[in-house]
Design a protein around this ligand. Sequence first.
Ligand SMILES: *Cc1c(COP(=O)(O)O)cnc(C)c1O
Length: 371
Amino acid sequence: MVDLKSQYEKIKGEIDTAIHEVIDSTAFINGPAVQQFQKDLELYLGVKHVIPCGNGTDALQVSMMALGLKPGDEVITTSFTFIATAEVIALLGLTPIVVDVDPDTFNIDPAAIERAITPKTKAIVPVHLFGQCSDMDAIMALAKKHNLYVIEDACQAIGADYIFKDGSKKKAGTIAHMGCTSFFQSKNLGCYGDGGAIFTNDDELAKQLRVVVNHGMTVRYYHDYVGVNSRLDSIQAAILKVKLPHLDAYCAARSYAAAYYSKAFANNPKIKTPVHFKNSTHVFHQYTLVLDGVDRAGLIEYLGSKGIPAMIYYPVPLHMQKAYLDPRYKEGDFPATEHLCKHVVSLPMHTELDEEQLALITSSVLEYVNR
Ligand SMILES: *Cc1c(COP(=O)(O)O)cnc(C)c1O
C-alpha cells in the first residue's frame, strides 16, 4: 500500500546526516531537533503552537486531558474512523457518542452532530478522513452555538487546506480549539517510528498541553495534574525536519495518482470514485472507492494474485465494534457508515506510484469489475 523505501532513497543523504547528528549529540530526548521541527511545523501550518508527542493516539488523549473533561462527559465523533479516536474517549471514562457520516465525503455529518448534542456534550471530534477536511464551517458554528470544544483528528490530513465560506484558508488541524496529527510511517508526513503532535492557537491550552505530556508537571517534580509521558524523540524529529519541506510535493504526488485512478474509473457504473468536498483540498492519505454490485472480497483476491495490495478501511463501524457496543446503538442506526463498511476498498496510495504501476492497478481493477 505504501513504498517507504523508494521515498527514503531519494532523501537518504539528508536523512542519514540528520540521524547521525542526533546520535553524535546523544540528545536523544528533547534535543534541539525537537524544537527545530516544532518551529518549522508551526511556520508551515501557520499555527501558534505545535506540541510534539509520542503518537497520534496520545495527541487525541492529551488534548482531551488538557480540557479537564470529567467521566460521563459526552464526546461526539464519527462512526466511520480508525479506532484511536473513540479509544481515548473511552479510556478517559468519557462517553463516546457516535454519529453517521456524509456518504459522499465519508466525513462526519454536521446535522447528525446537532441531533446528538445533549446537556452532557462537551466536545466534538471530527476526523478528516482519508485526507480531506470535515465541514468545519458548520462544525465550528455548532460548537459556538452550544459552547463546545472541537478537537480535529487531522492524523490523515496534514497539509490539506480548509477553505472557509468567506474564501480564507487554514491548514487542517489548525481550525478548531486543537488539532491532532500522527507521524506514523504510512501517514502523509511519516517518521521512522512513532510520533505525533497537537496544534493550537490558544496560549492557555498550549501551556496545559505541555504540562499534560510531561507527567502533569508544572515545576520540576511538582505534579499539579495527572499527566502522561508522551514525547517525540529527537531522531524522529530530525527525520521529520528533513521530510517536512517535501510534504507539499508528497501531497501533489498523491493527488497525481488519485487523478489517474479517478480518470480511469470515471463513468463506470460499478465504481464510485472519491468525491471532493468543496471546502477542502484533498491530500489523499487513502484513495478509496465505493463499489456497487462488485464482489469486494473477490476483487481484493484478484488484485492480490497480481501482486497488487488493496485494503478495507474500515470494515466495521465504530458502534458495531465488540469493545464499544452500547445499548444506545444497534445495527442499522448509521446507514451511511454501514454501507461504506460493506462497499469500500482502498487502492495503493503513496508518493512513489509511477505510470506503469498505476496502469497495471487500474486495468486490473477494471478487468475484474467489468467481467
Ligand atoms: C493514524 C491515526 C490515528 C492514530 O495515530 P497513531 O500515531 O498510530 O497513534 C488516529 N486517528 C486517525 C484517524 C488515524 O488515521
